[in-house]
Design a binder for this molecule. Sequence first.
Ligand SMILES: NC(=O)C1=CN([C@@H]2O[C@H](COP(=O)(O)OP(=O)(O)OC[C@H]3O[C@@H](n4cnc5c(N)ncnc54)[C@H](O)[C@@H]3O)[C@@H](O)[C@H]2O)[C@@H](O)CC1
Ligand SMILES: Nc1ncnc2c1ncn2[C@@H]1O[C@H](COP(=O)(O)OP(=O)(O)O)[C@@H](O)[C@H]1O
Ligand SMILES: [K+]
Length: 507
Amino acid sequence: MKLLSPAQTRALDQATSKAQGITSLELMERAATTLLDWLLTTLQPTYTTPIHLFCGPGNNGGDGLALARLLHEAGYVAHVWLLPAERYSADFTANRHQLPDGISCQELDTARLPDLPAGAVVVDALFGAGLNRPLTGLAAAVVAYLNAAAAFTVAVDIPSGLFADAAQEPDSAVVQAQYTVSFELPKLAFLLPQNAGFVGEWHILPIGLEPVVIHKTAVDNYYVDAAFLQGRLPARPKFSHKGTFGHALLLAGSRGKVGAAVLAASACLRGGVGLLTVRVPEVGYFILQTTVPEAMCLTDPAPDFLTELPDLQPYAAVGMGPGLGQAEASREVLRQLLHKAKVPLVLDADALNLLGANRDLLDLLPPDTLLTPHPKEFERLTGEPARDDYHRLEQLRAFTRQRRCYCVLKGAYTVLATPDGIIYFNSTGNPGMATGGSGDVLTGLLLALRADKRLSPLNAALLGLYAHGRAGDLAARETGEAGLVAGDLVRFIGPALQELMASPHRL
Ligand SMILES: NC(=O)C1=CN([C@@H]2O[C@H](COP(=O)(O)OP(=O)(O)OC[C@H]3O[C@@H](n4cnc5c(N)ncnc54)[C@H](O)[C@@H]3O)[C@@H](O)[C@H]2O)[C@@H](O)CC1
Ligand SMILES: Nc1ncnc2c1ncn2[C@@H]1O[C@H](COP(=O)(O)OP(=O)(O)O)[C@@H](O)[C@H]1O
Ligand SMILES: [K+]
């Protein structure tokens, strides 16, 4: 799915009205009807549940007014609270006039605010995508009041006071919603950790906006769901052999961290690699050979950490980093790898920390290298702390453009940035995956996909991120989130990839 800017969303609304021969008011009615359905199904209010709709002067308020009418007609108790303004949008005004006589409708005033006990529902329709400055005065006071109340809050389109795709000042007045219900496409703001306390759980309701117009709209940010990946993972040909899927080399492990090598190696095998060789220091030999017998093990002459780069000739892709440690000799192995590698590289964990501590190495990154930092590792790579989540995204775009690389930024919505500065947000995964070793599993899986020559660097990375999170979601059904460990992810990589695999007999 594409993430549109507010201006692009407005243009899409207008294009939809034109293409479908409907007025903007009719489109608003469609949005409100869909919202009504969602609200009744999800919240299941009773006929006595007080539902307070806070409506601002624009089309977001218009949505709120239309919803109030529909609720009233369906027999629910709707109270409308209007935010006084100098100007109102045409569709707000039209819906204001359509409000039935029997509905309670009052202007907000600091001295006139409703009682909002637990059990009441608040619909926040004060401001939507048209917000163009921080909230002040009465609007800010109403937001503070709503946030202090015990009622259950549903934000329409976006929590009021939150910008759809830009940071706001730290202490800005923003509604803290339990649910945010938006139309057709998600907004960038929903995907950033700094907004989690405002957005709550978000839902997208399709309202039939024109798919052709969406297709033609150029964006820098995407949200990757299963539909987005359809057809990108080819089926395994009937007459394939292990050479079809590539021979990967994994450089990993040091004394006390051989487990990281085991997890990455197991994930690489479950990711469908043809052959895997793991290079570990001597200390890892028996561990690897017994826990991952499917992998070949090539030991380094040193006992505790890697000191020599093996001949790279046989390999289709090389991964380095899990459990590596940061010994000087291992840094030199990384340097040689960057000099010599002519195949795709996946760099993680200590390989990234070594890059961060030795910036000259960054100049050696071969094009299309895939890096997989978490935010702290990324900060070490840039050497500059991010001011906020939006700034971090811009740092990431600048980094991948400058280095011509692919960079994953791990988190709840893991991000992939490409050498063209395009950003993809992954949609799968759960907090159970916040456990040691999850990242090592991702590295192994990505290595397998990069070794598969049938996949572009972009598709390998997108499929890997999605399948990793999906494996986490499948595993958590069995283990629960708290009980999930990284090894569980490995077991579910196969089923997660199978879901994505294209059928050879369908378009
Ligand atoms: N495709 C869609 O997404 C659809 C969107 N619709 C609704 O339309 C909304 C956008 O409507 P609008 O563009 O009218 O935007 P808003 O409803 O956010 O209102 C904007 C108005 O508020 C004023 N304003 C902005 N920031 C302010 C501030 N800080 N303090 C005081 N006034 C401020 C603006 O000058 C403008 O007059 C969406 O959020 C959504 O709820 C739906 O009606 C139909 C379909
Ligand atoms: N709350 C979360 N929701 C979804 N995925 C998560 C969450 N927390 C962590 N993950 C995923 O788990 C992995 C953790 O990687 P990392 O931080 O490198 O851990 P480690 O170094 O212990 O392996 C990443 O792929 C990340 O996206
Ligand atoms: K809102």
